[in-house]
Design a protein around this ligand. Structure first.
Ligand code: F6P
Length: 360
């Protein structure tokens, strides 16, 4: 263990996700176990820019492993994006003898982690977002809980759909990613799933549903990912789809948008376990003298990735690479990135095709 670590800080930033508290607890307990003090930083990077932090004992993180939201509170701090804000954050770290930071959140959080790392405060990121859209990890903290919450909710809708021979169109949160809608749709036997990642033939699906109705099917669930309306340029796509669906099929159709309900609630066992594993690993890496990394899961193993690489991988997967983004990487690294992105895409498509196979 590098001896310079006397005290580290932990923060949660960006959109909250169930399991963030379990990660904060894991970071705190793992560090204390190694004789390193912990400062809980409130409201994400804002708590560094405008000092809002306090020393944690093991008891400060008691009974939070099971709690949703983030007890450290969160913020999308714009000030921290400016050099002046960053310098204030560095000063807070120095004033409070914080030798390193663990930052829990999404992409924006990791960019902040790099900003601290390059300015001399070693920082490790932990991925937490219900969207599961952080490409460098197969699972982010909060995703499993959000899917399970969606499943519970859709199961309830199905009960009443069956009684009244109706359809429920459910718009599922997930920013531009379809993972929550896709997995919740599979687990609830949705008749159709609409996500940005896979082309959707509305007319074909509606005709298939009409056939399914003729064969005696009484309940219909359609899951639409939150990001679809923006990409199709129709803010009310989900509501309009529900209307079109009712007109064309003759099935009474209700529209439901659970929105932030999917972001709340107690984390599932899987999210608690993942948060604990990632929290423990992040502390280990930091105390080993590593910095500017994000931890994650690949092939069921806990791994870490350099944040710059992870962000470029993310852009490659999302098709948002900018000129020069890959310049510093070798051909071998770029080829590895491509293979990884293709696999992630293929995995998602395979799940989608399987869902389609099951739909009627
Ligand atoms: O990233 C998590 C998420 O809940 C997305 O699914 C959603 O698009 C967004 O955050 C909503 O952000 P806000 O809570 O700021 O409305």
């Amino acid at each position: 263990m590098a001896t310079k670590f006397r005290r580290i800080g932990v923060l949660t930033s960006g959109g909250d996700a169930p399991g963030m508290n379990a990660a904060v607890r894991a970071v705190t307990r793992a560090a204390l176990d190694k004789g390193v003090e912990v400062m809980g930083i409130y409201e994400g990077y804002k708590g560094l820019v405008h000092p809002n932090l306090r020393k944690f004992t093991a008891r400060d993180v008691s009974n939070i492993v099971s709690r949703g939201g983030t007890t450290l509170l969160s913020d999308r701090c714009l000030e921290f994006k400016e050099e002046e804000g960053m310098q204030k954050a560095i000063k807070t770290c120095k004033d409070n003898q914080i030798d390193g930071i663990i930052a829990i959140g999404g992409d924006g959080t990791f960019r902040g982690a790099t900003d601290l790392s390059v300015r001399g405060i070693p920082t490790i990121g932990i991925p937490a977002t219900i969207d599961n859209d952080i490409t460098s990890t197969e699972y982010s903290i909060g995703f499993d809980t959000a899917v399970n919450t969606a499943v519970e909710l859709i199961d309830k809708l199905r009960d009443t759909c069956e009684s009244h021979a109706r359809c429920n169109v459910v718009e599922i949160m997930g920013r531009n990613a379809g993972w929550v809608a896709l997995e919740a749709g599979i687990a609830t036997g949705a008749s159709a799933i609409v996500i940005n990642e896979v082309a959707f033939d509305e007319e074909k699906v509606i005709n298939e549903i009409i056939e399914a109705k003729k064969s005696g099917k009484r309940n219909f669930i359609v899951c639409i990912a939150e990001g679809v309306p923006a990409v199709l340029g129709d803010k009310l796509y989900s509501e309009n789809f529900a209307k079109r669906f009712e007109e064309k099929t003759g099935i009474e159709t209700k529209f439901v948008r659970p929105a932030h309900i999917l972001r709340g609630g107690n984390p599932t066992m899987r999210d608690r376990l993942l948060a604990t594993q990632l929290g423990s690993e992040a502390v280990k890496l930091l105390l080993d003298g590593q910095s500017d990394l994000v931890v994650g899961v690949r092939d069921d193993k806990i791994v870490s990735t350099e944040i710059g690489y992870a962000l470029k991988l993310d852009r490659m997967y999302k098709g948002t690479l900018k000129d020069g983004d890959l310049d510093k990487y070798t051909n071998v690294q770029v080829a590895e990135m491509k293979i990884y992105c293709e696999k992630r895409n293929a995995d998602l498509r395979a799940l989608y095709e399987m869902a389609y196979e099951m739909a009627h």
